[in-house]
Design a protein. Structure first.
Length: 136
């Protein structure tokens, strides 16, 4: 069994690289596949392009504010957490092209604001996405 110690995964997560952070977690015995690990405070959402929630952990609501702008409300204060979002379909299909950005939702410590744009960044556009909120 291979194990890795230290706080390197925290730095990788803070830099926005969830894949790098997960790579630093201890490997399973005999390298058997395992489910992604999350800390008790972590939350996540898979959101459709219309703002409706496909799946999630700790999500109270999700919705579209305007074209290309969304909010996701969680069951805990996420204002001091790390937000990581990626454009992704919620089905087995190639993800659409585009850009995504996240920020704390003004006026609501339990919310995250998400904006999706065309690939050139010129226009907000409705795009499905995945959102990870790391609070551990």
């Amino acid at each position: 069994m291979t194990t890795r110690t230290g706080t390197g995964w925290r730095a990788a997560l803070a830099c926005g690289s969830l894949i790098a952070a997960l790579a630093l977690l201890p490997a399973a015995a005999e390298d058997k596949p395992q489910a992604p690990r999350t800390v008790a405070g972590d939350r996540w959402a898979k959101v459709n392009d219309d703002g409706s929630l496909a799946r999630g952990k700790g999500v109270v609501s999700s919705g579209q504010i305007n074209p290309g702008t969304y909010q996701v409300i969680f069951d805990i204060d996420v204002s001091e957490c790390v937000y990581i979002a990626s454009i992704a379909r919620n089905t087995a299909a190639e993800p659409p092209a585009g850009q995504i950005g996240v920020a704390a939702l003004g006026g609501n410590a339990k919310g995250v604001f998400i904006r999706t744009n065309r690939s050139d960044g010129s226009t907000p556009v409705d795009i499905p996405f995945h959102l990870f909120v790391g609070c551990g």
